[in-house]
Every structure is written in C-alpha cells, then in structure tokens.
Design a protein around this ligand. Structure first.
Ligand code: FES
Length: 245
C-alpha cells in the first residue's frame, strides 16, 4: 500500500522557519512509523533527522507527535492510522525543536532534576549492613513509576504545561518523585513531599488524564499523582479535607 507522511522539517543552519515535507512510500499495514521514517531517510532524503535507538519501546528516544498525539514511533503501526490519508509527524510539543523531529531534552531533564532524584545518595550517611528487602506489596506501590522510560510523551500531552506557560513541573517528574515517596526503603519521603509542594509543583496537576492516555508503557500516571496528593494531605496537612483531586 502507498502511505503518505507529512513531516515537520527545520534545519537551524539554513531555515528561518519550519516547514513540512511530504513523502509517499510503499509500506505494509504492519510497518511501524519508525520503519517509515527509516525508509524515507534511507531511500528518499538522507538529511531527515530524528532520534531512535532500541526500536522496541524500551529507550524512549523516538517519541514524536503522530497526528497530533505524542507516541513512540517504534510502537505505532501504519494500520493504527488507517483512517488518515496523510500521517502527520512532528516533534514533541512544548520541547524546543533542534532539527526536524529532534527536540532539546534539557528542559525536560531540568524538571526531573527539580525533584532531586540524587537525594538518597547525598543524604545516606549510615553504611548499609545488608540488603534492604521489600515485600511484593511494597514493591507494587512503585511498580508504575519504575516502568517510566522518560520518553517525554506525558509532558507533551499535558494541558497544564501550556496553561502554566511551561513552568509546571509535569507528570514525568511527579511520577519519579512518587517512586521515592512510596519506596519502603526510603527515609526521606517527608522532605520529598515538601519538594513537590513548591510553586508549579504537584498541585498544578488538574487530573486531565492526558498523560495516562498517551503513556507508551501503560502507566497509570494520573492515578499515581492522585495517590501522591492524598499522601501529602494525609501526612503534611492532616487537618485538611481531601476534596476532588
Ligand atoms: S527507539 Fe527506543 S523506544 Fe522507540
């Protein structure tokens, strides 16, 4: 079958504005969008720039916007877009565009760093004498967050990022903090909850559920954020009522 891709292009060395190029290729309904991008680059335009690595939904590097929705190009098939005459492929929204489909991830990792992921290593002064075991139930509390591959899809889908002019910490960083806050081996969950309460932190989340809808690892991101909010209210503000979260 013939497939037409409309791809966002921007070369900072030659372009002042982005534009779109359209490519029509021969593809199978079971081909992945990543296969199509490879075909365009290998056979039609070797200058097309995009990221990829594992090609199996593990590294998160090929996150792009496909027909307006963030997704991993290696996870989406042509037949997923069979109702579209043309498949629109763009860089992730809210991320500065570097070239074609490549975005600058520094602002994203700045958000992650704002929840102080390095904190346990800095504050742990007591040498461990033995392995700290967890029960299956304790491990299950952080299962979702452990699955996160930091692809950025949730941030690109989050309406609050736009509403708060990109100052909101975003779902990926809150999910990472949830991992530390609910980890039975951690001793600094109270400090971590205070960090999440900073301006543009966890209370910015309005539970739009877009992060959950687009997550390529099927993580219940919004549910984990709500659980974290409830824990913060319970432990830091016990006199407050838990309303709609
Ligand atoms: S290339 Fe690694 S997740 Fe798609």
């Amino acid at each position: 079958m013939k497939v037409t891709l409309k791809i966002h292009r921007f070369n900072p060395e030659t372009d002042t504005e982005p534009h779109y190029d359209t490519f029509t290729i021969e593809a199978n309904p079971n081909d992945r969008i990543l296969d199509c991008l490879n075909k365009v680059r290998w056979e039609l335009d070797s200058s097309l720039a995009y990221r990829m690595s594992c090609a199996h939904g593990i590294c998160g590097s090929d996150a792009v916007s496909i027909n307006g929705t963030p997704a991993l190009a290696c996870q989406k098939l042509i037949k997923d877009y069979s109702s579209s005459q043309t498949i629109l492929i763009e860089p992730l929204k809210f991320f500065p565009n570097v070239k074609d489909l490549i975005v600058d991830l520094q602002p994203f990792f700045k958000r992650i760093k704002s929840i102080q992921p390095e904190r346990p290593a800095q504050t742990s002064t007591v040498p461990l004498e033995k392995e700290r075991l967890q029960t299956p139930e304790e491990r299950a509390r952080i299962d979702d967050a452990v699955k996160c591959i930091l692809c950025g899809c949730c941030v690109a889908a989050c309406p609050v990022i736009l509403e708060q002019e990109q100052r909101f910490i975003g779902p990926a960083a809150i999910l990472r903090a949830q991992k530390y806050i609910f980890d039975s081996r951690a001793s600094d969950s109270v400090e971590r909850m205070h960090v999440l309460e900073k301006p543009y932190g966890i209370w910015g989340c309005k539970s739009y559920y877009m992060c959950t809808l687009v997550c390529p690892k099927n993580i219940k991101v919004t549910e984990q954020i709500i659980k974290t909010k409830k824990k913060i209210i319970h432990e830091l503000h016990p006199s407050k009522q838990v309303g709609e979260l």
